[in-house]
Design a protein around this ligand. Sequence first.
Ligand SMILES: Nc1ncnc2c1ncn2[C@@H]1O[C@H](COP(=O)(O)OP(=O)(O)OP(=O)(O)O)[C@@H](O)[C@H]1O
Length: 269
Amino acid sequence: MKTMESSPLSGDKHAPILQLRRLSVGIGERRFCRDLDLTLRPGERLAILGRNGTGKSTLLSVLTGLRAPLTGEVHLAGRPYAAFSARQAAQLRGWLPQAQRDAFASTVLETALIGRHPHLDRWNWETEDDVRIARTALTAVGLDGMERRDVQTLSGGERQRLAVATLLAQSPRLFFLDEPSTYLDLKHQIAVLEIFAREARERQAAVVMVLHEPALAARFCDRALLMYGDGCVDTGSIAEMLTAERLSALFEYPLARTECGGYAGFIAQ
Ligand SMILES: Nc1ncnc2c1ncn2[C@@H]1O[C@H](COP(=O)(O)OP(=O)(O)OP(=O)(O)O)[C@@H](O)[C@H]1O
């Protein structure tokens, strides 16, 4: 691989990929979390749940290193963001934002290839290998055959799947996903979340995802972080966190838990 800088990864494959130490995040007078400690290891999948406006995206922007915390530290592979160049950080963590913006015309394949940029050296173009990786990612999200289409002509769901493909082409060790099921029909919601479950299982990638649907969190994550919007949060295993009682309090709406075919569901009463 053509990297100018040394790999940002340490040798220990089981070492924590993300560590939060006494992290406080907020905007103005509001606090979304206070003194949060959390460790995520390779292969783990964490769901972040909470009502609208409780600070989920703001927390995610701090975890991705795009926004500073009020206090506390975010460590990626054992080191703070300041220890990495932008390119090294992008080899380690990738981010799927809530909305995609396309200021310029570009094809589907060119857009997916943007995911390869952290792996290119400054003076080189993408190689055949990069094109193959981008095409494989497009196939994974069902966009094969659309490589030449202008991104500005894609539907909302197609554009979201292209964003997922771009992230897959980037191939980071840690994924931050802000509402990955946005714009997707039921089949594609499951398909996209299966992709990240596979990344965790087969490549030991860690995944942090903001979700609005607790049933998807129960199915695709092993841990949850519940955000109440007043600085209070709860963290724990899915079994511990996704109870009808906790979720009813979290969403300020009564929910009942059901189970069908081995999958949990949460029904508004
Ligand atoms: N630049 C800003 N200035 C003032 N308030 C802001 C700013 N950015 C976000 N907020 C507020 O901070 C709160 C948290 O926003 P955030 O986007 O993190 O919430 P969220 O939990 O991701 O919400 P949603 O579920 O609706 O996506 C919201 O009330 C929002 O209006």
